[in-house]
Design a protein around this ligand. Structure first.
Ligand code: ADP
Ligand code: ZN
Ligand code: ZN
Length: 725
């Protein structure tokens, strides 16, 4: 039994406010217990908090304000509390921010009674475009009652349209639904019949259920990793525990949800930013009450208040989007392992191209490793060939070599699809003046403005700022002198349309879709055969299944090999392998052609030969020699300020007083411009700390930064295990 606090008794509350300390209150009329979610007064406001323990401040009870009310949700369990504490310690983040992550369910703390929901009523007297869109939204959500916020967001209309429709009876207010448990999933429904390889892997996962342990499930794209880990989910459900599957691109996972439905009879709970407010509130509650057995989510689903979490699957575990790069800087893969260790849960990390970290953990025996060796059924791995561009002179503005053109020619009109992959959004990476060489840069960031013809704007890929495309050079004022250099997907699209005017062309780039739904529809259309040629950025690398696709052409396989980043090789290897894996997933064999100027580069060679293990061994040896992760530890201190001098001064000051770091034998590099050196008008400078693997890095950093008062508007952020080094 959790300790109880009788009415009026003092207690300490952790709030979601950025305070870095607990606040003392008196227990409310009905008393409170440890872990209760509460609403407390803070200044003139009411804020959200969690009862964290006995009061600490020593203030007389008469001076304390009372907790306003205890919320009607299950109290926080000890496991989640420990997870938040440890995650805060590991990432050196204030605990309040961790509580904020754990309670990000909009509307959660309003009682259902205060939420107004609507459903369609009489047909509107006058149909406008906006009203039509609103009615369409209801159609999309199957007639469910929706809040004003949900309607305005999904329909792209203002609240006043909704209110007018409600006043005229075209929308009627409904009783807010009480949160219902999710339909029960049935693990005993027959799944697909597994191949021998798959069945063996599934049996190992089943035998490891119900206890903490990490398994790396490695298998080429199409080998059936999903089928295999769904068996681990089934076993978890049989034990009556909850399963969480993390996906890197959750908005696009319709196909995955359908597979879960086919296997278990119903859809799982979904947790991601695209889910509606009502859905998220319901899921948050049901996770705590045990009214949902399986959750599919983005990384923040790790912070939900599960009643009994028994399994976490991290699909595409190498994906860099698992590392949050703003706010709390955490890596969801590592946090999944931490959370599981506190809940006696099993972890499955699935990937065709594991991160070097996970590969090394499997090598050292810390993780178990399971391999699926072949693609399922008759599907074979695509044949891979390099197209050597050296000595080939392609016409101006052309990027498709004759050999690649021929391969596409053979497929257009035959029912087979081709994918041309170029990891560059926009029209061209650089726009420069013919007369003076001027390039347009973002005035807030250290980045060029990229021309987006589709949007008819220039855009900064760092901060998202846009500007009109100038007709004259902003520097020398020459009319019509600005011209594009190099290819982006939009420019590639021009070439494709000119080369194959009869082909149906689809472009998959995040800029081109206003909503996740539009993107989903486009993906479904491609899968159904609605395009002959698909042009895509890295959006296409992630897990989509296009049955008719038999050719992948990588326009520039060298892109990403350079940039002075130690991880460049690993990333390029993963990305190209993933993209190539899109080809030939069904009966027809696939072909992947890599256009390159460096066919002998070790990364290109490793991709072509399929010698993954050789690649990882070579990478590992290099990292080990340098003492870099995963064989050493890194942390970054990002110092940002509107004044570049102030940022550097702060960095230098810190570097001069780094006693606690030297005490643990750590090395300090910098200050140097951070990998992203200026964003939204703030300059960013980084100190990089390198320590031995077992060194107590966090403690040393805490001691080092304690008492530092950053001057002016300077801010510090700690990035443990930075992605870029
Ligand atoms: P991965 O996750 O490794 O990319 P998937 O689990 O998505 O592989 O499987 C690839 C394709 O093969 C999917 O369409 C899947 O339905 C099919 N598949 C895999 N294993 C089986 C099986 N045992 N029986 C029938 N179809 C299977
Ligand atoms: Zn100019
Ligand atoms: Zn910018």
């Amino acid at each position: 039994m959790a300790p109880r606090f009788e009415p009026g008794q003092p207690l300490a509350v952790l709030t979601t406010q950025p305070l870095d300390r607990l606040l003392d209150y008196k227990a409310p009329e009905g008393g409170a217990q440890l872990g209760d979610f509460v609403e407390v007064p803070l200044g003139p406001r009411l804020v959200l908090g969690c009862v964290w323990g006995p009061a600490e401040g020593g203030l007389p009870v008469s001076k304390l304000r009372a907790v306003n009310r205890v919320l009607d949700v299950p109290p926080m369990r000890d496991e989640l509390r420990q997870f938040l504490v440890k995650a805060a310690e590991y990432t050196l983040t204030p605990l309040s921010l961790m509580l904020f992550l754990a309670t990000r369910a909009p509307g959660l703390f309003q009682g259902p009674a205060t939420i107004r929901v609507y459903a369609p009523g009489e047909p509107p007297s006058r149909m406008t475009d906006a009203r039509k869109r609103i009615l369409d939204v209801f159609e999309t959500y199957g007639g469910a009652a929706l809040t004003v916020g949900e309607i305005t967001r999904a329909a792209g209309v203002t609240g006043s349209v909704v209110h007018t429709m409600a006043a005229q009876g075209a929308l009627i207010e409904m009783e807010a639904p009480k949160d219902q448990p999710y339909p029960r999933l049935d693990p005993e429904r027959a799944g697909k019949e597994l191949s021998e390889d798959q069945a063996a892997a599934a049996a190992v996962l089943r035998s490891r259920a119900d206890a903490f342990g990490v398994t790396l499930l490695k298998g080429v794209t199409g080998s059936g990793k999903t089928e295999v880990y769904l068996e681990a989910v089934a076993e978890c459900l049989r034990k009556g525990r909850q399963a969480l599957v993390l996906l890197p691109e959750i908005g696009l996972t319709e196909g995955f949800l359908e597979r879960v439905e086919a296997r278990f009879g119903h859809r799982p709970g979904e947790w991601h930013s695209g889910a509606t407010t009502t859905e998220r509130r319901r899921l948050w509650r049901m996770v705590g009450e045990g009214g949902v057995q399986m959750v599919v989510g983005a990384r923040s689903a790790l912070f939900l208040p599960y009643r009994d979490l028994g399994l976490i699957v991290v699909d595409e575990e190498h994906d860099s989007s698992y590392k949050q790069d703003e706010g709390v800087l955490y890596n969801a893969r590592d946090m999944a392992v931490l959370r599981a260790s506190l809940s006696s849960a099993q972890v499955v990390l699935a990937s065709a191209t594991p991160s070097l970290e996970s590969w090394a953990n499997a090598e050292s025996g810390k993780y178990e490793r399971l391999d699926l060796h072949a693609r399922f059924g008759v599907a074979e791995l695509p044949e891979m060939r390099a197209l050597d561009l050296r000595g080939q002179k392609l016409p101006h503005g052309r990027w498709i070599s004759p050999a690649l053109k021929e391969a596409v020619d053979q497929r257009v009109g035959s029912g087979e699809q081709s994918l041309l992959f170029l990891n560059r959004r926009g029209y061209a990476p650089v726009t420069t003046c013919r007369a003076c060489g001027h390039q347009i840069a973002c005035n807030q960031c250290d980045a060029r403005m990229v021309e987006h013809r589709f949007l008819n704007r220039l855009m900064c890929h760092q901060c998202g700022a846009t500007a009109p495309i100038p007709t004259a050079c902003p520097a020398c004022k020459t009319e019509g002198s600005m011209h594009p250099i190099g290819p982006g997907v939009e420019r590639l699209e021009e070439e494709v349309r000119a080369t194959w005017p009869e082909a149906r062309v689809a472009v998959l780039s995040s800029d081109l879709f206003g909503s996740a739904r539009a993107l989903k529809e486009q993906i479904a259309a491609i899968a159904g055969g609605g395009a002959d040629i698909v042009i895509g950025t890295q959006l296409v690398a992630k897990g989509h299944n296009f049955p008719l696709l038999t050719l992948v052409g990588v326009i520039d396989a060298d892109l990403g090999l350079h940039g002075g980043d130690l991880r460049a090789a690993e990333r390029t290897f993963q990305l190209i392998r993933q993209v190539a894996g899109r080809a030939g997933r069904h009966e027809k064999p696939g072909l992947a052609l890599l256009q390159t100027h460096q066919p002998d580069h070790p990364v290109i060679q490793a991709i072509l030969s399929g010698d993954d293990e050789g690649f990882w061994r070579a990478e590992a040896a290099e990292r080990q020699a340098l003492g870099m992760p995963p064989y050493g530890r890194l942390a970054g201190i990002i110092i940002s300020s509107t004044s570049v001098e102030q940022a550097f001064e702060t960095g230098n000051l810190l570097a001069q007083h780094a006693g606690p770091l030297h005490a643990i034998g750590a090395q300090l590099f910098g200050p140097a411009p951070a990998p992203v050196a200026r964003v939204r008008g703030r300059h960013r400078v980084r100190l990089l700390i390198k320590a031995a693997k077992g060194a107590p890095l966090q403690g040393a950093i805490r001691a080092w930064l304690a008492g530092l008062k950053p001057p002016g508007d300077t801010r510090l952020a700690v990035d443990i295990d930075p992605q870029n080094f």
